[in-house]
Structures are given as C-alpha cells and as structure tokens.
Design a protein around this ligand. Structure first.
Ligand code: GLA
Length: 410
C-alpha cells in the first residue's frame, strides 16, 4: 500500500513522535538537504529577547528585566568527516566554509557573508577560550528575529551556534557559560562591546516568565507577568545606523563616570552619592546625566521586579514610562521614531506603559497593554505611526515569554 510508512511521514513533515513538524523547521530541513545532499541529525534553537526595563545597565553591573520571545534562530546540523564547518542560511545566499584549524579563523571578506562571522566567532571562542575539541559539521540556519531591531538577533545566532557546535562535539555546557562565550564571540571576534543581557536572556529564558537579571552575579530570578496584560513589541522600521560607535561611546562615558566616582562600576553608586560628587566638582554635569540614568534605572528595575511579584501592572507601566523618558533626556539614545512610537502607544486605551527596548537609536519599543484592548491597540499603533512616519514600515508583535535555548526534536 502506498502513502504509509517513513516516506509519507517525511513527505507530510510528520516527526517520528507523530506530531507535524513546524513549517519553519520543515523548510530548514529541506534547505539543509538541498545544500548538503543528506538529512540533518540534530536541531537546536535560541530565542531573541525583549527587555522590559533596565537599559544600558548590564555593562554597569546593574539590573535588567528581560524575557525571551517567541521568535528564534534555529540550526539543524550533521557531523562530517574532516576539520571544516560549512554553514548556510535560509535567509542568505551561498554556503560559507571555514577550517577549525585556522588560527585565527578568517573573517568574511564579502559583505553578504558577514552574518557567518557570528558562527566563526563562536567556533573560535569555544576552541581557544573554552578549550573544546570541536568537530567538523554542516549547519543550516534560519531565523525570524528581525535583524538590527534591538531584539537580539545576533545573540540568538551566537547562542544557537554554540548549542549546535557543542551538540556536534557531544559536549554539554550550562546556559550561563554559553551566554558568556556568546558575548565573548561578539566582543572579541565581531567587535561589538555589548554586555551580557542579550546572550543570557536567550540562553536562560524561562517559559512564561520575565527574569530579574543581576548582571554582576549573573543570577536570574523569574517572575510571571501580571495576569491580564500583554507585552507588545513595535518595530519602528528604523535600523540602528551608528549604533556601534554611539553604544561604545555611552559605555565609555559610564566607565569614565565610575572612575571619577571612585568605583569599578556604576552599580555601586547611589543617586545621593552622585549628587554629592557633582556638588563637589568631581564630575561634570554632562557626564553626571549619563550616570544618573544608569543609577536611577537600576532602582527602577528592582522596583519593577517588585511590581511583577505584587502583580501590579499599573506601577510597572509607570516605571517603563520613566525609563524611556530618562533614556531620551539623560542618556540620549532614543530618536524621533522611537519617541513617536512611544507617544502614540501611551495615548491609546489599555496602554499601561511604553518605552524603547535594547540599545536604542532605532529598533523597537515595548508596551504593556491590557489584554482586552490589545487588538485595537495594534491596529491604532500601526496606523498612527504610519501617519507620523510614512517612509517607515512598522511591524507590531504580541509575544509571550518563551523558553531559553535548547534542542528541538526532528
Ligand atoms: C544592547 C546590548 C546589551 C545592552 C543593551 C542596552 O542590546 O547588546 O548588552 O547593553 O543594548 O540595555
């Protein structure tokens, strides 16, 4: 009889477990087969993240309140003989190949292969810093975290890559270390001086929960979102242009501020301490404004976590508003598109709070919205933003808190 057994199972995209394979994984498996001529053996995934509050605090050893989102990077893989890694993406042309014996592993020369530098950076860091015996493998990648929009598409690629390379080598590693090596790949290989927020959220996210992240100890304390409210992400469509230089400049200003205040990180300064230092001329007013945001934001983030614990969505929303206002006036990392998206959101029924999320200078906002009003909120926010910025293409996503990175069944 035709139409039964393994063939039809594959044709219909049915997993061995009997459940239909999700269409994105199905497409990825087909892409792998087409690129390499065989079926993948394993699959892994790592989500993007949205930060509810606690912005530009991670590299100051402070607090953040992120959650992993329902958009992710997936990688399917198969071991191969020899010492090379091949990687292809559903979203990018071609196959990139590099040797695990190259020291250093050379970066891309072609612009359209730069995405693979995140993969190479992870391989190099795992080999040279973690001392892992990596093995040759073929990888295929797919992702639906929008690129350059502040939802951590790069961290998701790094964390998924580390999971994939470790799976090929049959090595286990804790999520916290995976996050640290992902961050190292970005800092040391790709060259962006980011903190730990993105990678730790992707590696260690908890299904249905936001997490208070202590960026000094890396301790994560989960707490669910208050009942009856939804998290709505709105992409302004503005891609972060000069983000690296402006980001690195803010970071340097914070580090210089900490030095003038006699501490290693701004985490250790109170607002009172800051004001005293300014009054005695230890810190110029411009530098003090940057520090003031960070110090106040650490307090707001801890207060926001207390709101989660108490189920107080209204107070949480107010803290989110204050966070954005400081990021705009004192830290100066917003832009017209972010400020307008936030202003439009705040004026809509059911919106409890709205702010930019991620590094800033473009990308996304995050709003807390009462569930019954979510559908109308999404429509009105999109229309309002389109009217204000006709040249931009906004995208609005309602998301729940997703689980952190791990394996996927094939
Ligand atoms: C980017 C960085 C993070 C963090 C945020 C700002 O997402 O990658 O480390 O600094 O900006 O909070």
């Amino acid at each position: 009889m035709s139409g039964t057994g393994e063939d039809s199972t594959k044709r219909l995209g049915i997993k061995a477990s009997g459940h239909p394979m999700d269409p994105r994984t199905q497409e990825l498996v087909a892409h792998f087969q087409q690129a390499y001529g065989s079926a993948p053996e394993r699959a892994v995934r790592a989500p993007g993240r949205v930060n509810l509050i606690g912005e530009h605090t991670d590299y100051n050893h402070g607090f953040c309140l992120p959650m992993a989102i329902e958009r992710d990077v997936r990688i399917v893989l198969r071991r191969r003989p020899g010492r090379s890694v091949r990687v292809t993406s559903v979203q990018q042309p071609g196959v990139v190949e590099f040797s695990l014996d190259a020291r250093p592993i050379p970066k891309a020369t072609a612009k359209d292969q730069r995405w693979a530098d995140y993969v190479k950076g992870c391989a190099q860091v795992l080999r040279d810093e973690a001392g892992i015996e990596l093995v040759g493998c073929d990888l295929a990648v797919t992702g639906d975290v929008p690129l350059g929009s502040g939802l951590s598409s790069s961290a998701a690629l790094e964390v998924a890559t580390i999971h994939a390379l470790l799976a090929a080598a049959s090595v286990g590693m804790e999520g916290e270390r995976i996050a640290q090596f992902g961050q190292r790949a970005e800092n040391a290989y790709v060259g962006t001086n980011c903190g730990i927020l993105d990678q730790l959220s992707s590696a260690c996210g908890v299904l249905g929960q936001a997490m208070l992240m202590d960026c000094r100890t890396l301790q994560l304390t989960p707490a669910p979102l208050p009942a009856g409210v939804a998290v709505v992400i709105a992409d302004t469509g503005k891609r972060r242009g000069l983000v690296d230089s402006a980001y690195n400049e803010r970071r340097a200003q914070c580090e210089a501020g900490a030095k003038s205040l006699g501490v290693s990180h701004l985490r250790d300064v109170t607002l009172h301490g800051l004001r005293t230092a300014v009054a005695s001329g230890k810190l110029p007013a411009a530098a003090a404004r940057r520090c003031e945001h960070v110090i106040a934001e650490n307090g707001r983030t801890q207060a926001a976590f207390a709101c989660l614990r108490a189920g107080d969505a209204e107070a949480l929303g107010q803290l989110m508003d204050q966070s954005h206002d400081d990021l705009r006036q004192k830290f100066e990392v917003t832009c017209a598109e972010l400020d307008d998206m936030v202003a439009i959101a705040r004026a809509l029924p059911g919106c409890l709070g709205s702010r930019m999320t991620g590094a800033g200078f473009g990308g996304c906002t995050v709003s807390l919205v009462r569930e019954p009003q979510v559908a109308a909120f999404v429509t009105a926010l999109t229309a309002g933003y389109r009217a204000a910025h006709p040249a931009m293409t906004p995208a609005v996503y309602v998301t729940k808190a997703a689980a952190g990175a791990g394996t996927l069944a094939l």
